[in-house]
Write a protein that binds this ligand. Sequence first.
Ligand SMILES: CC(=O)N[C@H]1[C@@H](O[C@@H]2[C@H](O)[C@H](O)[C@@H](O)[C@H](O)[C@H]2O)O[C@H](CO)[C@@H](O)[C@@H]1O
Ligand code: ZN
Length: 298
Amino acid sequence: MNGLPARRLLFVHAHPDDESINNGVTMAKYAAQGAHVALVTCTLGEEGEVIPPALAHLTADRDDTLGPHRIGELAAAMAELGVHDHRFLGGPGRFRDSGMMGAPQNRRPEAFWSADVDEAAAYLVEVIRELRPQVLVTYDPDGGYGHPDHIQAHRVAMRAAELAAETAYRRDLGDPHTIGKIYWNRVPLSVVEEGFARLGAARTEMSFPGLASPRDVPGVVDDERITAEIDADEALVAAKTAAMRAHATQIAVDGSFFALSNDLAQPLFAREYYELVEGRPGAAAGEREHDLFAGVEA
Ligand SMILES: CC(=O)N[C@H]1[C@@H](O[C@@H]2[C@H](O)[C@H](O)[C@@H](O)[C@H](O)[C@H]2O)O[C@H](CO)[C@@H](O)[C@@H]1O
Ligand SMILES: [Zn+2]
């Protein structure tokens, strides 16, 4: 059909670094199994803070070259995960990082938060109709933690999945394709609680000055809402850790913990969790899937 592997999985994220934090194990696992793993990142992360002092000049209020720098960080992270198909929505720089919710940058015309959802979704429809993935992964409606670009990435991804399937929609963008299963990134509350207990016990050996709190973890839900978990072995955890380290302006890693530019330590989760929101479950009622492709037609 399109010369791609039988199993095709698409991730949609807001900034370079989100994919490694949320899905590093999952991406590396399926890539190693020969599935086609594709990533669409909606902005270059131009408004981010910068951890290494030697790179502080990159920030938007100085050289404003953090976006191009993060393209390189993302390429390095994808190399660690064995992912070769990573794109920017509408091309690099089409939509700019909107900054944190409430920041003046939110209102810039070029900000992703200002984008028309259907206009942005058309770019993703073209990718969906090209790759014809069986599985799509994105954020929940709150974007995991309320960042405007994460919320917008959710909206654009869900809208693009709808439009890609419509026979009357933009056939210039390819033949209609219905994605079999859509998942949202999640972390079960019990795992967050266990992770922060581990963090508290290790705090004296920690290189980070502060501790994040469980509510800082994106996408936390009661355990019952988790429908899939992707298990990790040592090699996959190492790949995820290396990919997170590759995003050096945004993430610092210390063993099985990490901190963002706020310097607040949080657990680095090995196993990754998802909530199926569209499509047929691939496990018995009440059971968790251990394969995102479970139950989809090839
Ligand atoms: C993980 C993620 O979504 N990071 C975003 C986020 O970065 C945070 C932001 O700079 C905040 O001010 C810091 O306290 C926090 O430590 C950062 O993780 O927002 C950035 C600006 O939109 C974005 O570039 C970054 O990828
Ligand atoms: Zn982000």
